[in-house]
Design a protein around this ligand. Structure first.
Ligand code: PLP
Length: 435
């Protein structure tokens, strides 16, 4: 593997120091090796061996302005000279909250954390305290972080749904199985399963948490009327509706999936694209729920919460995205239009059964004979191994794409990047076809 000599040496070395050699198990999915990056600018990654890649992984979502955007770099640099963290209040927290409140429909008040997983836990805690109930509904194929009460195996697919009598498969060994006892796992985009469960368990259910677009499994959109029904039923039974917008927040638009679907939940969790590459997440929502934190009835702590470097980066990112002259979302959507159309043309040309599901500047490519994928159970039938092989070829040819098939665009991608990518895709399809 001449192309990755240095990467290979470093990956071997890291096995002696880092458990698994990577810092998040998911990164092991990259084949033939998890590459070692030297630096990244705009839409490009540069590895330690001198290879260059057009990047569609975008750090799994956060890099909405691309890598090392000057506005982000300047904001962080000027903040870092003042202080790195205070453990005290600062103006950046307010300035960021003002922006979130302005753009995200459900938000009256916010509370910050560092990761999406944490924000989800705060939202669940708030929901329990607000309703006095314990259970919550989540959906197959959605991901809400790695904590014990919500991490379930992705293979979980059960047409009837599961109210957990030992039937929910935990996501990992070592998980506290008791923590899953309050989880009700349902198929998504299935009104009957939802309605039946909410009617039967209405007095026990504190919250329904959903990715408003199923970005973690096939970028599946809600079927017409599904979100409306979800909103209607949760309101009817006094259940808190949580949109987990860790991916969709500030990615689908300034108002995230709430703007995209027109549905306003009670609480929202955000991370990733919120802070342009720094570790910051937020839970936000209606005043009457968030005030539980204001009154210290619900505790939310964290040494790093509202870290000034992170808020500075988030403010710079949102200010860039909201500046009309940058045309950020229109531009990203225009480029995805070209990319998706041309990938479809190429897959037709090479007779590859590649299907694309898309929501704004994020899309999922998968090998399937289905003509549309609207449910997780169908998504599970895709040929995931074939796409992993293709992603490996992409990487060899200079395109960084997640082996799962989820692609992110940034404002730094240019038309030139898109056409250069299409040349690589063409060549890769050819190699894939002949392999
Ligand atoms: N929620 C969703 C929808 C996610 O996609 C993720 C991560 O991918 C999380 C929560 C967890 O976020 P984090 O990895 O920052 O803990």
């Amino acid at each position: 593997m001449d192309k990755w000599n240095m990467t290979k040496v470093l990956f071997d070395e890291s096995q002696n120091y880092l458990a698994s050699g990577v810092s998040s198990n998911l990164r092991l999915a990259m084949k033939p090796f998890p590459i070692y990056i030297r630096e990244a600018h705009g839409a490009k990654l540069f590895d330690v061996d001198g290879n260059e890649y057009i990047d569609y992984i975008m750090a799994y979502g956060p890099q909405i302005l691309g890598h090392s955007h000057p506005n982000i770099v300047n904001a962080i640099c000027s903040q870092v000279k003042q202080a790195q963290t205070y453990g005290a209040q600062h103006v950046g927290e307010i300035e960021l909250a003002k922006r979130i409140k302005k753009y995200v429909p459900c938000v009256d008040l916010v509370s910050y954390a560092s990761t999406g997983s944490e924000a989800v836990q705060v939202a669940l805690r708030l929901s329990r305290a607000f309703t006095g109930r314990q259970k919550f509904v989540r959906f197959e194929g959605h991901y809400h972080g790695w904590m014990d009460n919500i991490f379930t195996a992705f293979g979980n697919s059960n047409k009837e749904g599961s109210t957990n009598k030992g039937s929910i498969i935990p996501g990992t060994k070592g998980q506290n199985l008791k923590a899953l006892e309050d989880t009700i796992l349902l198929p998504w985009n299935n009104v009957e399963a939802l309605e039946k469960t909410l009617v039967e368990h209405q007095d026990e259910i504190a919250a329904v948490i959903t990715e408003p677009i199923m970005c973690n499994s096939g970028c599946i959109l809600p079927l017409p009327g599904y979100m409306e029904k979800l909103r209607e039923l949760t309101s009817k039974y006094g259940i808190v509706l949580i949109f987990d917008e860790v991916i969709t927040g500030f990615r689908l638009g300034l108002g995230g999936a709430q703007e995209y679907t027109g549905i306003t939940p009670d609480l929202v969790t955000m991370g990733k694209a919120l802070a342009g590459g720094l570790p910051l997440s937020a839970v936000g929502g209606k005043k009457e729920i968030m005030e539980l934190i204001s009154r210290s009835e619900v505790y939310h702590m964290g040494t790093m919460n509202g870290n000034p470097l992170c808020t500075a980066s988030a403010i710079a990112s949102i200010d860039y995205l909201s500046d009309e002259k940058n045309n950020a979302y229109t531009q990203m959507n225009k480029l995805v239009d070209i990319l998706v159309t041309e990938i479809n043309n190429l897959s037709e040309q090479y007779n590859l059964p590649l299907l694309i599901n898309r929501a704004g500047p994020v899309f999922h490519t998968m090998f399937t004979d289905e003509t549309e994928i609207t449910h997780f159970s169908q998504f599970q039938q895709r040929d995931s191994k074939a796409f992993e092989r293709l992603a490996e070829i992409f990487l060899e040819e200079g395109l960084a794409v997640r082996p799962s098939g989820l692609w992110y665009l940034s404002t730094a991608h240019t038309e030139q990047d898109i056409y250069a990518s299409l040349e690589i895709i063409d060549k890769s399809f050819q190699r894939f076809k002949n392999s």
